[in-house]
Ligand binder design. Sequence first.
Ligand SMILES: [Zn+2]
Length: 339
Amino acid sequence: MTYSMSDRTFNRRDVLGFAVSAAASASLAVLRSTPCRAETTKSEESSNFRTLEELVASPIIDTHQHLWDLKKYKLPWVKRGDLMDRDYLEADYLRAVEGLNVVKTVYMEVDVDPSQQLAESEEVTAICASGSTLMKAAVVSGRPASPGFADYAARFRGDRYIKGLRQVLHGPNNSAGFCLKPEFIAGIGLLGELGLSFDLCMRPGELGDAAKLVDQCPDTRFILDHCGNPDVQAKDNSAWKRSIDELAKRDRVVCKVSGLVESAKHGAWSADDLAPYVNHVIEAFGWDRVIFAGNWPVCTVTATFAEWVNALKTIVHDRPLENQKKLFHDNAVRLYDIK
Ligand SMILES: [Zn+2]
């Protein structure tokens, strides 16, 4: 199998062919064990090793950190008894990212009951302002098509910590075309006037709606969540690829590299399964418009945070170090103006 890239072509064996390490501390050993390492000359090897060590130690910004306390918030989408049906608190997050050098996070709203949206935004603002956690910025919940949206969103204009809003569009109440209703488009246009971004989180078959929405809101910046939520087990991903190519033509859209392992085969996946999707979004959006995201704890349906990070590091490990740093850290600093 070969992967076609914008800047080079390499075969599967070059990059992958080993299981993803569960522990962050094993990253370097994993990267060193790739077949292409053994094929380098000694002098190349020593300089590459420095690079690899630098990569493993490189700081990460997680642009999609969920936390929730079910004693405080009602999450209507959580099913009773499900893996998500428990509290996920800061201490749990810190345990999950231990040893990975996650230095900053951007909170991502957790689709609370709409009556609690304001409380959620106030709490994460207070957390950011405390300066005592990794959280430096936040994307909060909103309902762009609702009558009170203009007043609701206006409070976040110029906010130091709140950088954007999201309404999950793949819920059972939001059918295809929902985001193209005139009220919704008006709400998203308003976000642009307020200097706020909008996160597009939708079914992969509706990415065409996203492109139309972007075109109708010329002053708004967008972040595509989770590579557009493709099913990485699908036999044919050509429709997803075409949709990504089309959306990526719009330079106001940035792609979060996340949400892939979630659809992989539980207990039987490797970086190999995710690589075509990662490589395609990088090729389509380019290195300046891709940002790493953890999507913890949702990723834990299939993988630990460390397994996902190590899979992504494995997939991109032989790309220029500068570009890897953009993906894992630098683009997020620029996009979210993180201090
Ligand atoms: Zn998420």
